[in-house]
Design a protein around this ligand. Structure first.
Ligand code: FAD
Length: 306
C-alpha cells in the first residue's frame, strides 16, 4: 500500500512543488545523494575511487518540456564527461530518455544521445536509463539507432516487465552492453509482474541469459544493477560455472544504499560500480527510492525538527 502511495506521489505535480520546500525532506535526501551540484557528485566519485569503486553519474531530471531544456541537459552531460576526463575518474554517465526530450520527438532525442556517445571517448559508456513502460518501445528504437555507430552506449532493461525476455533476445544480435535492474515504476499487472517473487525469478533468469550470451561472445558489458545479495551470489555462482571471471560481469548499486554490502563486495573483489545521482530535480527519483523500501519513510520523519 505504502509503496503504491509513494509511486503515486512520485508523479504528483502538487507534491513535487511542495515537499522539496521543507528542510527536513531536503536533509533526508542526503542519504542517497551527495548534493545538488556537479562538484558534490565529483567529490563523491573521488571518495569512492579511494575505496576502489568506479562510478556512474546521473543528473536528476525527467520529462523535460522544451527542446531548449533537452539541449541544456545534453550540454550539462557533455560538461560532466569533460570534468570526469579532467580528473582522470573511471566514471560513466547514465541519462533518462525523457530528459533528452523523448516526449518531444524521437529523432531529436536520438541526436542528443549521439552527441553524448561521440563525446564519451575514453570516459566509458553512456548508459540509457529505462523509464516507465510507455517509453520502452521508443527507448529501444533510440538505443538501436545510436548503437549502430556507437559501441559506447549501453541500455538498462527492467526484469519486472513481462516483455523484457523477448526484448533481450531481439537485442542480443547487437552484442549490447546491458544493465539489468528490477524496475522502479508503478506498472499495471498485465505489463509487469506484480509479485516480488516473480520479479526476482525473472531477474535471475535474465541474468543467466546475459551471462550465457557473454560466454558465447554475444553480449557486451553485463551489469547487474541490484542491491539484492542473494541474486548477486546466485549470478556469481553461475558465472563461475560458466568459467566467466570477474572481468566478464559487474554489479552496480546506488549511492548510499546498502553501503555495508557494497564494502563487502569490494573486499571480495567483485567488480562494483556505484551510481551517484545529483541535481535539484530530485523529487520523483527520491520518491521511487522511498518506495523501494518504505521503511525509509521513517528516516525522513526522523529529520523533522524535534
Ligand atoms: C545502478 C542502478 C541503476 C538503476 N537504473 C534504473 C533504471 O534505469 N530504471 C529503473 O526502472 N530502475 C532502475 N534502478 C532501480 C531498480 O529498478 C530497483 O528499483 C532498485 O535497484 C531496488 O531493487 P533491488 O534490485 O535493489 O532489489 P530489492 O529486492 O528491492 O532490494 C534488495 C535489498 O536492497 C535493499 N534496498 C533496495 N532499495 C533500497 C532503498 N531505496 N533504500 C534502502 N534499501 C534498499 C532492500 O531493502 C533489500 O534488502 C537502478 C538501480 C541500480 C542499482
Amino acid at each position: 500500500m505504502l509503496r503504491t502511495a509513494l509511486l503515486w506521489a512520485s508523479t504528483n505535480p502538487f507534491l513535487a512543488r511542495r515537499l522539496p520546500r521543507y528542510a527536513f525532506v531536503r536533509r533526508a535526501t542526503r542519504r542517497f545523494m551527495p548534493g545538488e551540484t556537479l562538484d558534490d557528485a565529483l567529490r563523491a566519485a573521488e571518495g569512492l575511487r579511494g575505496r576502489g569503486a568506479p562510478t556512474t553519474l546521473t543528473l536528476l531530471g525527467e520529462n523535460v518540456a522544451t527542446a531548449a531544456e533537452a539541449d541544456a541537459v545534453t550540454d550539462q552531460y557533455l560538461g560532466i564527461l569533460e570534468a570526469v576526463r579532467g580528473r582522470g575518474l573511471d566514471t560513466e554517465v547514465s541519462v533518462k530518455p525523457t530528459q533528452l526530450g523523448l516526449d518531444l520527438g524521437l529523432d531529436a532525442a536520438r541526436r542528443r544521445l549521439e552527441r553524448m556517445a561521440e563525446a564519451s571517448g575514453q570516459a566509458g559508456l553512456v548508459w540509457l536509463d529505462m523509464e516507465s513502460s510507455a517509453y520502452v518501445d521508443r527507448t529501444l528504437e533510440m538505443f538501436r539507432a545510436v548503437r549502430q555507430d556507437h559501441a559506447g552506449v549501453g541500455l538498462c532493461l527492467q526484469a519486472y516487465l513481462r516483455r523484457t525476455e523477448g526484448d533481450l533476445e531481439d537485442l542480443l544480435p547487437l552484442s549490447p552492453a546491458i544493465r539489468l535492474v528490477k524496475g522502479a515504476y508503478r506498472e499495471p499487472p498485465e505489463v509487469a509482474f506484480p509479485r516480488k517473487k516473480d520479479v526476482d525469478r525473472a531477474f535471475v533468469r535474465l541474468a543467466a541469459v546475459l551471462l550465457e550470451a557473454r560466454k558465447a561472445g554475444r553480449a557486451g558489458r553485463v551489469v547487474l544493477g541490484t542491491h539484492d545479495g542473494r541474486i548477486v551470489a546466485e549470478a556469481g555462482s553461475l558465472a563461475r560455472e560458466l568459467g566467466l571471471g570477474p572481468g566478464h560481469w559487474e554489479v552496480a548499486m546506488l549511492y548510499g544504499i546498502r553501503t555495508g554490502e557494497q564494502g563487502r563486495l569490494l573486499r571480495e573483489g567483485v567488480p562494483l560500480r556505484i551510481l551517484i545521482s545529483y541535481g535539484t530535480a530530485w523529487f520523483p527519483w527520491y520518491m521511487r527510492r522511498l518506495a523501494e523500501r518504505p521503511a525509509n519513510v521513517w528516516f525522513v520523519l526522523k529529520q523533522l525538527p524535534g
